[in-house]
Ligand binder design. Structure first.
Ligand code: FAD
Ligand code: UDP
Length: 371
């Protein structure tokens, strides 16, 4: 075993993937630390002791990707439960198909009206096309403008205001474009080639990634309390925190999850139901659907968005806008000036990565900057 010593801060998916590559391909030792009492970061799941249901502690996680390399890499560490996310959105008290698509048209409008809108949409944009809501609002057809206004009001405006504290047009357009109006009868949330949930859960998958003789994991350990010299420092926590906020704090959104056990077999029809216009929460997740688990009871998480407050709650979403990006770049420049110090991951890169992009970034980082 080489004496070269690496420390990776964060046992989330980003840190785990890099640790594995260094341990396996360079045969170097890696210490992975996390201040939480568990591995897997935000993709952590656990079995609820009362119902046996697998709970996604930090919100609903569905793996989906078109990146074959990423799918193949993770498939070395898990089998998959094949799963397509088909969420609902509550519109005027009725749970209907999300993303808003041609099926949804027929669920919310009368048949002739839905038919008319379907023909107009297909003629204007083409079947199978995804149109971000902010683009749909910019068209010159009265009927399509009515539709755009309807979807904006019933799906996007208040959900986005709750989630981000900002209106759709005040946040980076790529955020609402994640859930475009989909001119299709395909009711899946994602159309990626590879989709699923790790058959034995995300935590088990990360555990296997970290299971290598060159890797040591230390939990309940904050980087600021770690002593010792390391040849490489790879940090997947928040970059502003690492530098003691010397240029100011990078803003984030946070969440509070109200987890409840309900004394009935099923609570709702879909794994996730969004509530744009009712209540203060954004969505309810019913966990037993992920792995099709059976129980007489069911566990749900009600998700309340919050501002991130340092020391009080967790950083979940970087807030992408030019001002925050400029602040992030200052930290990145500072990092570039320090030898053998690297940042990556959703917090280290300050990017709204899905799991697959976090893995892709970790794999590329290893190839391009470490190997
Ligand atoms: P993290 O998982 O945040 O890991 C960073 C780790 O570093 C944490 O465990 C933290 O405790 C640790 N750490 C930080 N600072 C320190 C320190 N100073 N000392 C020690 N440890 C430290 N992606 C999808 O692909 N599909 C989905 O359906 C999906 N749903 C999501 C739903 C929600 C609510 C959220 C918030 C995210 C979702 N994601 C989803 C994104 C996914 O969670 C991320 O892509 C992924 O978790 C990023 O992993 P990471 O390792 O970069 O970061
Ligand atoms: N969004 C919305 N209404 C919905 C679903 C999504 O307004 O019913 C917007 C909202 O701004 C949200 C963004 O689209 O933050 C991205 O949604 P996604 O489901 O990808 O969010 P995540 O799962 O990452 O929280």
């Amino acid at each position: 075993m080489s004496a070269l010593k690496n420390i990776i801060i964060g046992a989330g998916i980003s840190g785990a993937v890099v640790a594995r590559k260094i341990a396996e391909e360079l045969n170097e030792t890696v210490l992975v630390i996390d201040r939480k009492d568990h591995i897997a970061g935000n993709i952590y799941d656990y079995k609820d002791s009362k119902t046996g249901i697998t709970i996604h502690k930090y919100g609903p996680h569905i793996f989906h990707t078109n990146l074959e390399e990423v799918w193949k890499f993770l498939s070395k560490f898990t089998e998959w439960h094949y799963f397509f996310l088909k969420p609902n959105v509550m519109i005027e008290g009725k749970a209907v198909t999300l993303p808003f698509n041609l099926t949804t048209l027929y669920e919310v409008f009368s048949y002739p009206m839905a038919k008319d809108l379907e023909i107009k949409l297909v003629n204007k944009y083409g079947y199978g096309v995804k149109v971000p809501i902010l683009d749909l609002r910019n068209n010159d057809d009265d009927n399509l403008n009515f539709l755009a206004g309807y979807v904006y009001e019933h799906v996007f405006k208040n959900y986005t205001t709750k989630q981000w504290g900002l209106k759709p047009e005040e946040i980076d357009a790529s955020v609402t474009a994640r859930v475009p109006v989909y001119i299709s009868h395909d009711n899946r949330y994602f159309q990626d080639k590879y989709q699923g949930i790790p058959l034995n859960g995300y935590t088990k998958m990360v555990e296997k990634i970290l299971d290598h003789p060159n890797i040591k994991v230390r939990l309940n350990t904050d980087y600021k309390d770690v002593k010792g010299d390391f040849d490489r420092i790879i940090y997947t926590g928040a970059i502003d925190e690492f530098f003691n906020y010397k240029f100011g704090e990078l803003p984030y959104r946070s969440l509070y999850f109200d987890v409840r056990t309900e004394n009935k077999e099923y609570f709702q029809k879909a794994v996730v139901t969004n509530y744009p216009n009712e209540y203060d929460f954004t969505r309810i997740t019913e966990h037993k659907y992920f792995l099709d688990e059976k129980s007489e009871k069911t566990v749900i998480s009600i998700e309340y968005p919050q501002a991130f407050e340092n020391g009080k709650n967790e950083r979940y979403y970087p807030i992408s806008n030019p001002e925050n990006q400029a602040l992030y770049e200052k930290y990145r420049e500072e990092a570039n000036n320090t030898k053998n110090l690297y940042f990556l991951g959703r917090l280290g890169d300050y990017k709204y990565y899905n799991m697959d992009l976090a893995v892709e970034r970790a794999l590329k980082f290893f190839e391009e900057e470490i190997k």
